[in-house]
Design a protein around this ligand. Structure first.
Ligand SMILES: C[S@@+](CC[C@H](N)C(=O)[O-])C[C@H]1O[C@@H](n2cnc3c(N)ncnc32)[C@H](O)[C@@H]1O
Length: 219
């Protein structure tokens, strides 16, 4: 697998900057937590009129007990601050929320919810139809320091015939996790029957990537 590593995009905010000219109006993030990334998206893509924030915000998908008392949503609202009228809170799990959205209704999507194989595959398959043709479909943690995080092989597997890009946050220093993205072009050719098995076996070849270094000013 070849991934195009964009050397001049050091942080995810650099990525939002280069897509900010694309007339992104309706966007969506899956996995919001305290809203830090949502705040970055809103600040760096000023054309966004509505950013839908999909997260149960109730600690049901995390082991962090102290989230279960509602503090997480309050903290997120605090983070979003003055941008409150540009967001909507979709307090659901991603697999419950996707039927609420029309196909081809989103200009940009960012996935940072479940990080296990099954969850990442399901999010990509469920939400791909929701994004308009030619728009950006992205997610966090292409590389990750945690062994439990499995985004890379899933992205490589599902998008094996497409151009995959990622930001240049360092995988070796393990400080930040790169954002990956592809451009929505057509339906996905992927056999979703794999989702019937919660212990999905991804073919070995998709765990390995060759990086092609590129520079991009505008996307
Ligand atoms: C890593 S945090 C998100 C961080 C946030 N994107 C940021 O960078 O500021 C993960 C969040 O994903 C949420 N989450 C996990 N699985 C999810 C799912 N299937 N649907 C919606 N949210 C999910 C959790 O509740 C948690 O708040």
């Amino acid at each position: 697998m070849i991934v195009k590593r964009v050397t001049n995009l050091k942080y995810r905010t650099d990525f939002y900057d280069i897509i900010s000219h694309r007339d992104v109006r309706i966007a969506l993030e899956i996995g919001v937590e305290f809203g830090y990334n949502a705040r970055d998206i809103l600040a760096h893509i000023p054309s966004i009129e509505m950013l839908h924030l999909v997260d149960p915000f109730d600690g049901s998908l995390t082991k962090k007990q102290w989230w279960k008392d509602g503090r997480i949503l309050n903290k997120c609202k605090e983070t979003i601050g003055e941008c409150a009228d540009r967001v909507s809170y979709v307090q659901k799990k991603s697999w419950e929320a996707y039927p609420d959205f029309e196909d081809s209704s989103l200009d940009f999507i960012h996935i940072d919810g479940a990080h296990h194989h099954h969850g990442v595959i399901q999010d990509i398959l469920d939400w791909w139809p929701k994004v308009k043709e030619g728009c950006v479909f992205s997610g966090h943690d292409y590389y990750s320091k945690s062994k439990k995080r499995n985004v890379l092989p899933v992205v490589n597997w599902i998008f094996k015939d497409r151009e995959i890009f990622c930001t240049n946050e360092s995988r070796r220093e393990l400080v930040n996790s790169p954002t990956w993205w592809v451009i929505k072009e057509g339906d996905l050719d992927f056999d979703d029957s794999v989702l019937k098995n919660s212990r999905i076996l991804i073919p070995e070849e998709f765990y390995y990537v060759e990086e092609e270094y590129v520079e991009i000013d505008k996307f």
